[in-house]
Structure formats: structure tokens, C-alpha cells
Design a protein around this ligand. Structure first.
Ligand SMILES: [Zn+2]
Ligand SMILES: [Zn+2]
Length: 561
């Protein structure tokens, strides 16, 4: 047991963690350097890492080089003491700056992080991390998306609006964790499905409404835990006509559908749930794990192995304390945002690189230390080019200097984040109040809605119940959210979607809709609990005080028809 330097809670260091840190080696001449044991608990480590990623707050601002208006995750108003240079993709490519121009010698009189903060301010950064998109300005962390709006962390999508983690989806609105699906609305954690509304935790479904935990079903409404069923209403078999008449009673009416949604939430409280979503995996704990082995305390991980404390990982191997890791990152510790890396520790957004320590935004690099924004470089320290011999001599000296200052082995501190805690990914899973965040050394951003240039604003309560009574002119208005009073717009493509799907116009601000969907996910924390049917001990993300029926795998499967 160790005591967390931040929250003072005791936390375990497992034998596999120690073994992993021994396995990870940075060879510098005759010296072999391993990352030290952590001084923060796993939750504080996760916060400190994910506070450096903003994936859902976008701002209109000017690019630093040309003054061209862009959409960026960086607010035009920098946080106190910061002055980052923010570039558009064109500026970034056109400028062709060799970022070693910003190189500087390490100053052994000053702490490492203080010097790194200065380097971060000098080196230009990309305003938005996107690749290969078409007409999808208001998206972040997206790749190969077309005509999408306000989505993040998504790839290969078309005509999708509002949401996160959409993969290969089409014509879907207000969905998160949606995979290979089409024509979905208000869905969450849904795979390979078509034309569904308010469906969650389901796979291979068609035309299903207000349901959860379905597999291979079609035309089911207010159902749960069904397999290969059709025309079921409240888990009861109806004829096709009976079913269609029942759906007709509410479908398309804002009031009717709100009633269904309420009933769905009651159903969520009474229907049995599987203790964790771990599928086709061996010796794994956490939630949403597929086709993996030996992944412990991991969340949203697939085809992975030999890892612990990973949140969002695809094909990861030997990753500890990592987040948003894609495409075969191997041997990674305390790192966020990679594609194809090998042997990286304390890094942020490093792609196609090896043997990096304390680097950010480095692409196609190897053997670099404390660098920012480099491309195709090796043996650099603070962006300054060295020979291999100089590099191998200097790096251990800097590490010794960091050890002396208590910096070695810590991730980039919260003060180096360009985001307020409330703008960052950390806030989504581990929310803090402004006071708590500031007390832990995080920034905070006071966010105000940008003023909308609209013809008029109407309260949601005055919207007509059905889409056919909504005038096309609504795209020029703002609607006042019925919960928060925050005004929001309906975009033209979105309105067309509602018309085609006979769906009422939403009454809630997109952020409220986003947060409500996200609240369907359990926290990324494991508790030891007993199956509420047979008493068998399981590790689950259902906290002990929760009222839902939480069953072990065997008991859950017995409940499924
Ligand atoms: Zn802690
Ligand atoms: Zn059981």
C-alpha cells in the first residue's frame, strides 16, 4: 500500500505493476532507466492525464499565424499565464517550421516542468486534431468523417450530429458509443443496428424503441433482456397489427415519447443487469472489454492484452495507466493519445514513435526527451538536436535533476494543461466542482454560451408537439432548453432528419442530451459485490448502494430469453 500524494488515500501497487515497470527500459548508453513506482493513486493519475484532453468544447477563434477564423479546442482567451500558438492544419503545413528552431539547452538551475511550459508556449500547436474529414468543422478527434456536426472521437461517419465515439455510422443523431449503425436516434452503446430510437446496450437490432439489453431483435418497444424476438411490447408478444397500433399511440408526439422515456428509466431500475460487459475475454476486470486477455481495471478496451488502468484502448499490449490508445501501442506507461507507438512514458499525443519520454505532439520520432511538436526527429532534448552520445549522456543527468526536484515519474502536471478541468475529458468521468479542481491544482474555465445571432428565441414548452407543425423557419431561431434555459439551435440537416424520421424537435440543449446519455455509463471504478441472485462475488462498476439488480454472468444469462 502507498499513500496518494494528492488525495492522501491509500492505494495498492500490484505485483504485475512492479513487473511491468521493470520490463519497461530506456537504454541510454550503458545505463538502463525504468519508470519509478507511482506516487498518485490510480484515480488521481487518470485525472492528471485526461485533464490534457478536450474533446467536446469547441470555439471559434483566429489562427495565430494568419488570423484566419478556425474552430478549435483551444479558447481564444488563454488561461492565466499561458500564451499558446494555435495553428490551422493549413498553417501548420504551410509554415513548414522545423520545430527544432525552438530548441533550447536544458537549464539545470530550473525545474523541468517550468522549462517545459515555456517550450509549450513557443511551439505552435494544431487547433484541432482531425484527419481526412469533409465538411465537419465542428468535430474533434475525428477521422474520415463527412458532413458531421458536434461529434467527437469518431471515425468513418457520415451525416451524424451530436455525440461521441461513433464508428462507421450514418444518419444518426444524438447517439454515443454507436458502432456500425444507421438511422439511429438517442441511442447509447449500440452495435450493428438500424433505425432505432432510445435503445441502449444492444446489438444487431432493427426498429427497436425505448429498450435495453437486446440482441438480434426487431420491432420491440419497452423491452429488456430479449434475444432474437420481434413485435414485443413490454416484453410481451403481440401481433404485428397490435404492435403497430401501440406504437402509433405515442410515436412522433413529444409528450408521448417523453412518457416512454420515463417508463424506460423505470425499466432500467427493475430489469437485471450483467455485473460487467466483458465479452470473449480471459482474466479481465473492468467494463466494456472485448476479445482481450489479462487486462485489469480497464475500460473500453478491445483486442488487448497484459494491461492495467487503460481507458479506451484498441489493440494495446503492455499498457499501464494509459488513455485513448489506438492501433497497437506497445509498452506504454502514463501516456495519452497514441497511434502505433513502442516504449513511451509520460507522453501526450505521440504517433508512430518509439523510446519517447516526456514528449507531446511528436510524430515519427524516436529517442527524444522533453520535446514538443517534432516530426521525423531523433536524439532531441527540449527540441534541440544532439548526437546519440550527447543524448545518452545528458538524459540521465536531467532525470537525476528531476528526481531531486520530485518531478521524475510524474505526468505533465495539471498546470501545464491548456484546458480548464471542466473543459477536459477528466471532467466527464471524474467531475469536480471549481473549488475542488482548483484545490487540486487544475485550471478552471468560466464558460459562457456564445451569443447566437437568431431571429428569435422561444421556450421549449412552446414548441409544437409534432414535427409537421414545426415551421422550416425554426433553423433561424434559438430554442430555450427546458432544463437549463440555455439557448440552442436546430441545424437544417438535423431538422430534415427529424422530418424524415417523424421525430419531435428536442426540448433539451445538446449538452444536456450528451450528459444524460453519458450518465447511462457506470463510473470507471470497481467494487467487490455479491451477485444479487446467488451471492457469488464479482467485481462490478455498480456501486454497492445502487438499487439495480446486478447479477453474475450465470444468473444474468438465466434471465435472458
Ligand atoms: Zn489520489
Ligand atoms: Zn449469480
Amino acid at each position: 500500500m502507498s499513500t496518494c500524494r494528492q488525495c492522501r488515500n491509500d492505494f495498492p501497487i500490484f505485483p504485475d505493476e512492479e513487473a511491468f515497470l521493470k520490463k519497461m527500459v530506456f537504454t541510454l548508453g550503458s545505463k538502463e532507466i525504468h519508470p519509478p513506482l507511482p506516487v498518485f493513486c490510480p484515480a488521481c493519475r487518470l485525472k492528471r492525464r485526461t485533464c490534457h484532453r478536450n474533446e467536446r468544447n469547441f470555439y471559434r477563434r483566429k489562427g495565430t499565424l494568419t488570423g484566419k477564423e478556425i474552430v478549435s479546442v483551444y479558447h481564444e482567451e488563454p488561461l492565466p499565464g499561458q500564451h499558446h500558438k494555435v495553428y490551422t492544419h493549413e498553417e501548420w503545413n504551410a509554415d513548414r517550421v522545423d520545430m527544432t528552431e525552438y530548441g533550447r539547452a536544458f537549464d539545470f538551475e530550473k525545474p523541468f516542468f517550468e522549462q517545459f511550459a515555456r517550450l509549450q508556449s513557443d511551439v505552435p500547436r494544431l487547433g484541432m486534431m482531425v484527419i481526412g474529414n469533409e465538411n465537419s468543422d465542428f468535430t474533434a478527434g475525428t477521422g474520415y468523417c463527412k458532413d458531421c456536426y458536434l461529434i467527437n472521437s469518431s471515425e468513418y461517419c457520415e451525416d451524424c450530429y451530436y455525440g461521441k465515439l461513433l464508428q462507421s455510422c450514418k444518419d444518426s443523431v444524438d447517439c454515443s458509443y454507436l458502432y456500425d449503425s444507421e438511422l439511429c436516434y438517442d441511442c447509447f452503446s449500440v452495435y450493428k443496428s438500424y433505425h432505432c430510437v432510445s435503445l441502449s446496450f444492444s446489438t444487431n437490432c432493427r426498429d427497436c424503441l425505448f429498450s435495453l439489453n437486446l440482441v438480434g431483435c426487431s420491432n420491440c418497444c419497452l423491452c429488456s433482456n430479449l434475444r432474437q424476438k420481434e413485435y414485443h411490447f413490454r416484453n410481451e408478444k403481440l401481433t404485428k397489427e397490435e404492435y403497430e397500433n401501440r406504437v402509433k399511440e405515442f410515436f412522433g408526439s413529444a409528450k408521448g415519447m417523453a412518457r416512454m422515456k420515463e417508463e424506460l428509466e423505470q425499466l432500467r431500475m427493475t430489469t437485471p443487469h450483467r455485473f460487467a460487459n466483458v465479452v470473449n475475454s480471459e482474466h479481465c476486470t473492468g467494463d466494456y472489454i472485448e476479445n482481450s486477455r489479462d487486462c485489469l481495471d480497464c475500460y473500453d478496451v478491445n483486442e488487448s492484452q497484459d494491461s492495467r488502468y487503460v481507458t479506451v484502448g484498441v489493440k494495446v499490449k503492455d499498457n499501464y495507466d494509459c488513455s485513448n490508445m489506438y492501433i497497437k501501442p506497445e509498452l506504454a506507461y502514463e501516456t495519452l493519445g497514441t497511434i502505433e507507438t513502442y516504449n513511451t512514458a509520460y507522453c501526450l499525443f505521440v504517433f508512430h514513435s518509439q523510446n519517447l519520454l516526456y514528449c507531446e505532439w511528436c510524430f515519427h520520432c524516436h529517442d527524444c526527451f522533453g520535446c514538443s511538436g517534432l516530426r521525423h526527429k531523433k536524439f532531441c532534448i527540449f527540441n534541440k538536436q544532439y548526437t546519440q552520445e550527447e543524448y545518452e549522456f545528458l538524459v540521465p543527468k536531467i532525470i537525476a535533476h528531476m528526481e531531486k526536484n520530485g518531478e521524475w515519474g510524474q505526468y505533465f502536471p495539471p498546470s501545464l494543461s491548456a484546458f480548464g478541468y471542466n473543459e477536459s475529458l477528466a471532467y466527464e468521468y471524474l467531475p469536480l466542482t471549481e473549488r475542488e479542481a482548483r484545490a487540486e491544482g487544475y485550471h478552471w474555465r468560466h464558460m459562457t454560451d456564445a451569443k447566437l445571432s437568431v431571429a428569435k428565441t422561444i421556450p421549449a414548452s412552446l414548441l409544437p408537439d409534432r414535427i409537421q407543425d414545426i415551421p422550416d423557419d425554426i433553423v433561424n431561431w434559438a430554442v430555450e432548453c427546458e432544463e437549463t434555459g440555455r439557448p440552442f439551435r436546430i441545424i437544417k440537416q438535423e431538422l430534415e432528419f427529424y422530418r424524415r424520421q417523424d421525430l419531435p424537435v428536442p426540448r433539451l440543449h445538446p449538452d444536456v442530451r450528451y450528459d444524460r446519455r453519458l450518465s447511462l455509463r457506470n463510473p470507471r471504478t470497481l467494487w467487490k459485490r455479491s451477485c444479487m441472485k446467488c451471492g457469488k462475488e464479482v467485481q462490478t462498476t455498480y456501486a454497492p448502494e445502487r438499487k439495480e439488480k446486478m447479477y453474475c454472468e450465470e444468473c444474468y444469462l438465466k434471465e435472458v430469453y
